[in-house]
Structure formats: C-alpha cells, structure tokens
Design a protein around this ligand. Structure first.
Ligand SMILES: Cc1cc2nc3c(=O)[nH]c(=O)nc-3n(C[C@H](O)[C@H](O)[C@H](O)COP(=O)(O)O)c2cc1C
Length: 202
C-alpha cells in the first residue's frame, strides 16, 4: 500500500509552499496525499496566488473538509507517515501546541503528536512575540519539528520559486522522500568555490 501523508494549509503567508509541496508529492508519487485547508488558508491562497479551492484540491489525492472532525485523518487508527502544515499560522501553531483540537487541521496534528508520528510545522510570522516562541517550544517538546520557511542565501536563489523549492526540498528530507530535482544540495565550500571558478573560466 502507498504510504499516506497529511498536508495542511493554514492562513499564514506562504500558501505557495503548501501548493508546491502538493505538486511535488504528486510528481514523485511516493505518498497518497490527504489535504486539509483552513478557511483562512483558502483566503491567503486566493490573495497571494489567485487560486481557488478547486485549484488546490486538484493537487491532492484525498481532500478533507476542515470542519469534518470525524474524517479518517482524525483518528490514530488511520495510518499515515505524518503531517506537514505549510504554511502554519500562529493561531494553528497555538492550537497544536496546546492540544486545542477544534477543527480537522488541528485535530489531525494532535493525532500525529499522540501517535508519535512526524509533524512538521512550517511556522510563518515575523517578528515573533513571546506566545509564538513559547508555542514553538511546546510543540518541539512534544516532538513536532518547527521549520520556519527561512531562505537559504548560500544557495543563491534567483527567484521566489527557488526559495520555495528549497523549503519544499527540506520538508521532503524530513520524511526521507528522495527529490533529486527539486533543490540543489550543499556539498561543501570547496565544491562551491570550484564550481564558481569553472563558471568564471567559461
Ligand atoms: C493575507 C494574509 C496574510 C496573513 N499572514 C499571516 C502570517 O504570516 N502568519 C500568521 O500567523 N497569520 C497570518 N495571517 C492571519 C491568519 O490568517 C489568521 O490568524 C487566521 O485566524 C489563521 O487561521 P487558521 O490558523 O485557522 O488558518 C494572515 C492573514 C491574511 C489575510
């Protein structure tokens, strides 16, 4: 059976990360994707990307209604490899960190923590207040991985897509999903300078 992965999109800036993650998972074909989009997640996707719910839903294998707390992914007996919330708003982070499972997105994350499954929170806000920081600590103490979508300037990104793909690649790494073409890997400073010298000679 193909493994399953739950992808949540909440209302933080950066809907493109969740969208490109879904597209990458579809291309790679390693996992059956289960999508949960919060109401605010749909708003930010429309505002930032001009995408409708239908556009996003088409990228997933199974789509769940965020209000359907009785869905398969609300139970630990429904086996999954884990869950990514990308982007993760500070509100959703607060719910996850405090076990406040009031919708399917936060309930599913709660399930990941209680079943000790992988939970990656692509938490996006800046600057951060003390509640945000404390909630990140709480989530980390329970086993979640807090992964803010911070650009890696050493990778010399040229476009926003480069920045996003780097984050998507790192998310896939956390699930051990092979993705050679999505993001270039660092192979040491010596290699970096050598490839730059080669470029200069050409
Ligand atoms: C365009 C837009 C951008 C937003 N960006 C962020 C953000 O980067 N981080 C954040 O925590 N909230 C952000 N918000 C606010 C959240 O959408 C809001 O707190 C919402 O209640 C989150 O709900 P959810 O976690 O259920 O998706 C943004 C809202 C809008 C409309």
């Amino acid at each position: 059976m193909t493994e399953r992965i739950v992808v949540g999109i909440s209302g933080a800036s950066g809907a493109v990360i969740g969208v490109r993650l879904l597209a990458a998972l579809r291309r790679l074909g390693t996992h059956e994707t289960h999508l949960i989009v919060s109401a605010s997640g749909a708003v930010t996707a429309a505002q930032e990307l001009g995408l409708t719910r239908g556009d996003i839903d088409r990228l997933a294998d199974v789509v769940h209604n965020v209000r359907d707390v009785g869905a398969s992914v609300a139970s630990g007996s429904f086996l999954t490899a884990g869950m990514v919330i990308a982007p993760c708003s500070m509100k959703t982070l607060a719910s996850v960190a405090n076990g406040f499972a009031d919708n399917l997105l936060t309930r599913s994350a709660d399930v990941m923590l209680k079943e000790r499954r992988r939970l990656v929170l692509v938490a996006r806000e800046t600057p951060l207040n003390l509640a945000h920081l404390r909630n990140m600590t709480l989530a980390t103490e329970m086993g979640a991985i807090v992964m803010p979508p911070v650009p890696a300037f050493y990778a010399h990104p040229k476009t926003i897509d480069d920045v996003v793909d780097h984050t998507v690649g790192r998310i896939l790494d956390l699930f051990g999903i092979e993705h050679r073409e999505i993001a270039r890997r660092w192979s040491g400073l010596a290699d970096e300078f050598a490839s730059r010298d080669e470029g200069a000679e050409q």
